[in-house]
Design a binder for this molecule. Structure first.
Ligand SMILES: [Zn+2]
Length: 143
């Protein structure tokens, strides 16, 4: 069942702080901030490092590879704008940070905690491209 055309999926609203992240998504790059002081990767975008309070955060291109930490399948959406079923997941990226996202391309029954995933960009509007993830058949799942 597809979403009726008169409903619009709620979309992220980029801010001055997060715009580089969304610009990266539009170009097919998963950007993440990295602290110039302690080298930690920082997500969501912030003004300063939550680990060492360093004030210099640089945008770097991440691997786009990660594993599923946890997930849930949504079978009854809160609004008709969402096509069900869909999978909401927390993915831990190789760089060590976690992202709330969607796993796409497979039915919910095939998603597993620990599954290796790779970023898959889904253009929605001219401004917003969503960083979703697909199962990565070339990578080993975590135990
Ligand atoms: Zn830091």
């Amino acid at each position: 069942m597809s979403a009726p055309a008169d409903f619009t999926r709620p979309l992220p609203r980029p801010t001055a702080l997060s715009e580089p992240f969304w610009a990266g998504c539009r170009e097919g790059k998963l950007l993440v901030q990295q602290c110039a002081n302690c080298r930690a990767h920082v997500f969501i975008p912030r003004e300063f490092c939550p680990f060492c309070h360093g004030e210099t955060l640089e945008w770097v291109v991440g691997s786009g590879c990660g594993t599923v930490v946890t997930y849930t399948a949504v079978w009854r959406a809160q609004t008709p704008a969402f096509e069900v079923p869909y999978v909401v997941a927390v993915v831990r990226l190789a760089e060590g940070y976690e992202m709330l996202t969607n796993i796409v391309g497979v039915p919910p029954e095939e998603v597993r905690i620990g599954a290796a995933v790779r970023v898959h960009f889904v253009p929605v509007t001219t401004e917003i491209t969503l960083p979703c993830f697909r199962l990565d058949p070339d990578a080993e799942d975590a135990q």
